[in-house]
Design a protein around this ligand. Structure first.
Ligand code: TXA
Ligand code: MG
Length: 326
């Protein structure tokens, strides 16, 4: 439980080089002292994460950005004024005080100031920046509840600080500020539209499979995958359309689940329905939890309703495109 006493205990462990899982407004993070190479190694080990995938460094004070990045473009100040603390990660040129292992030997560093109060308190009390990827095993959906973390990392971390389910439920927007025009590398709650209200122009990076060089190493890995096969169905599908799709997919005694808005709830025998709530925001918040529920119920086929590519719908579709079968 996130009592002050426990947060202080967790902060002491971070300082000592141990791993601590903490809540953020996006997803739970697996944290270690970002200035301690040995501690960071433990993160990669616990997650089974490839070493070429860099970590996000979490800070509790906007001005700390100037400690860990160099050659910071002018627009950065405007951006952090408007979006920090919050679900926005900034890619900037790295100060050498950050160990190379944290950034997978890149010349750049990812920095984020989360808004979750427990996260902020932990970072403040630890007195060091905290490197943290999402606290799932590599390849699994990001954890939005402490229970998800326990399932993936039990025995591998000293402390899991439990909070309510993550408010947003999808990982932060990653914005590269080292390119001439700022570039979104990973869509999240904060959209191109949101950013363009503050800064002139923002690009969205399109990863082409044919291109060897990857801008954000995390993009080349398949994330967010439940055990079952994920299929998307059109956002305008009627229940008749959906029935046809189910009949086509459902052979050989396979188990099937539908992930859809509450208003489209269906009651079919032998088919599970997991609700995404009423809005795009609730859809985002429920997505990874429902993927994990499918795994718990040994679902073979997961049918998910596609959503409109608007607001957080852009990030939702980005995660769904990665989760679905080719
Ligand atoms: O919401 C979040 O961002 C969560 C919470 C815990 O803060 N963290 C998270 O971390 O999602 P992770 O490690 O699962 O994803 C980090 C992403 C990866 O796609 C990684 O490639 C990218 O950020 N990234 C990190 N450093 C980078 C860099 N220097 N340049 C480009 N991309 C970078
Ligand atoms: Mg992750």
């Amino acid at each position: 439980m996130p009592t002050i006493k426990n947060i202080l205990k967790a902060a002491r462990l971070i300082k000592k080089g141990e791993l601590v899982v903490f809540p953020t407004e996006t997803v739970y993070g697996l944290g270690a002292n970002a200035l301690n190479t040995k501690a960071i190694k433990q993160i990669f080990l616990a997650k089974g994460r490839p070493h070429d995938n860099p970590l996000i460094i979490h800070i509790a004070n906007k001005q700390d950005l100037y400690k860990y990045a160099i050659n910071i473009p002018k627009i950065t100040e405007k951006i952090i004024k408007n979006f920090w603390p919050g679900p926005l990660t900034l890619i900037l040129n790295k100060n050498k005080i950050i160990p190379n292992i944290a950034t997978a030997n890149l010349k750049t560093v990812a920095l984020r100031m989360p808004s979750n109060k427990i996260a902020l308190k932990l970072i403040m009390k630890a007195g060091v920046p905290i490197a943290a990827p999402s606290a799932n095993s590599f390849g699994k959906p990001s954890p939005t509840k402490a229970e998800h973390v326990l399932k993936d990392l039990k025995g591998k971390v000293k402390i899991i600080i439990k909070d309510k389910p993550s408010a947003i439920g999808l990982e932060s927007t990653v914005l590269d500020l080292t390119t001439k025009t700022p570039t979104i590398l990973r869509p999240g709650k904060i959209t191109k539209n949101d950013l363009e209200k503050i800064i002139k122009k923002v690009k969205i990076y399109k990863h082409k499979k044919s291109i060897k060089e990857v801008k954000s190493p995390g993009l080349k890995y398949r994330h967010y995958k439940p055990n079952g096969k994920v299929y998307l169905f059109d956002k305008n599908f009627s229940s008749v359309d959906l029935n046809r799709k189910i009949e086509k997919l459902l052979k050989n005694n396979k188990s099937l689940a539908i992930l859809d808005f509450e208003k489209n709830r269906i009651h079919f025998k032998n088919i599970k329905f997991f609700s995404m709530g009423k809005t795009l925001n609730s859809f985002a918040k429920n997505l990874f939890n429902n993927f994990r529920k499918c795994d718990q119920h040994n679902i073979d086929i997961i049918l998910v309703r596609a959503v409109i590519k608007k607001d957080i719908g852009i990030a939702i579709m980005n995660r769904l495109e990665k989760a679905k079968v080719e």
